[in-house]
Unconditional design. Structure first.
Length: 233
């Protein structure tokens, strides 16, 4: 990879700051001072900045149990950012993979691998997100069957012309439902439930595609994904 990119991934330097360090003769590769930002380097070479050896931080993949009351934003407006829950080096490189509303809890993926993020979130891949919701008004089995048909057919949400993609709906109990969607429209699951006359009182995401939220994670806790979990997407 380019030397300036290597420096930005191995330090707190931005790409422009890395180029400045190169111009100031602060960087060496295998003992040779280098000024060329486009110089190709590998992880096996001895790259140093101001005499200190550098090691590039690889891609990171995290699973977070998002609690209610935090925003999936790097620049939060009204609530703390989910990133404030994580203690990890070079956190500024990380980003949420998709979003959860402030009042929705559950599985949130976080990474700095843009290509992997695209595989998870691209609508063309139809990755199913599974939610568990609570409703205030009890729902009968006969109504649940009708709602399931509506979800499968697609629901035209208020203010939109195009109906939602086919989704799944299951009544777990009089006040508990399971919902699976492949899209990520604004407040989609809550708006779908409101459209069928059963607004949600709480919503929790249990799974994204083949990956389920680790039951060992308490709200606000996270862990690194295992190799097989990363490869699942």
């Amino acid at each position: 990879m380019r030397l300036d990119r290597f420096l930005s991934e191995a330090t707190e330097l931005t790409r422009s700051q890395a180029k400045r360090a190169l111009r100031q003769l602060e960087v060496s590769v295998d003992g040779e001072v280098v000024r060329d930002a486009s110089r190709q380097v590998s992880d096996t070479q001895d790259v140093r900045w101001q005499g200190a050896p550098l090691a590039r931080v690889g891609w990171r993949y995290l699973m977070l149990h998002k609690p209610v009351g935090v925003e999936c934003s790097l620049r939060p407006a009204h609530y703390p950012s989910v990133m404030s829950l994580i203690e990890i080096e070079q956190i500024e490189r990380l980003h949420p993979v998709g979003r959860l509303d402030v009042d929705t809890s559950g599985l949130l993926l976080i990474s700095d691998d843009g290509q992997w993020t695209h595989r998870v979130t691209s609508p063309n891949r139809a990755c199913v997100k599974r939610y568990r919701g609570e409703i205030a008004e009890a729902m009968s089995e006969s109504v649940a069957a009708r709602v399931a048909q509506q979800f499968e057919k697609g629901i035209t949400l208020q203010g939109e012309e195009k109906p939602t993609r086919p989704a799944t709906f299951e009544r777990v109990g009089p006040h508990e439902v399971l919902i699976g969607v492949t899209e990520g429209r604004y407040h989609q699951v809550r708006r779908m439930m409101t459209a069928v006359g059963y607004p949600l009182t709480s919503l929790h995401r249990e799974a994204i595609g083949p990956l389920s939220l680790d039951p060992m994670l308490e709200p606000g806790e996270c862990r690194h994904l295992r190799p097989e979990e990363i490869a699942a997407f």
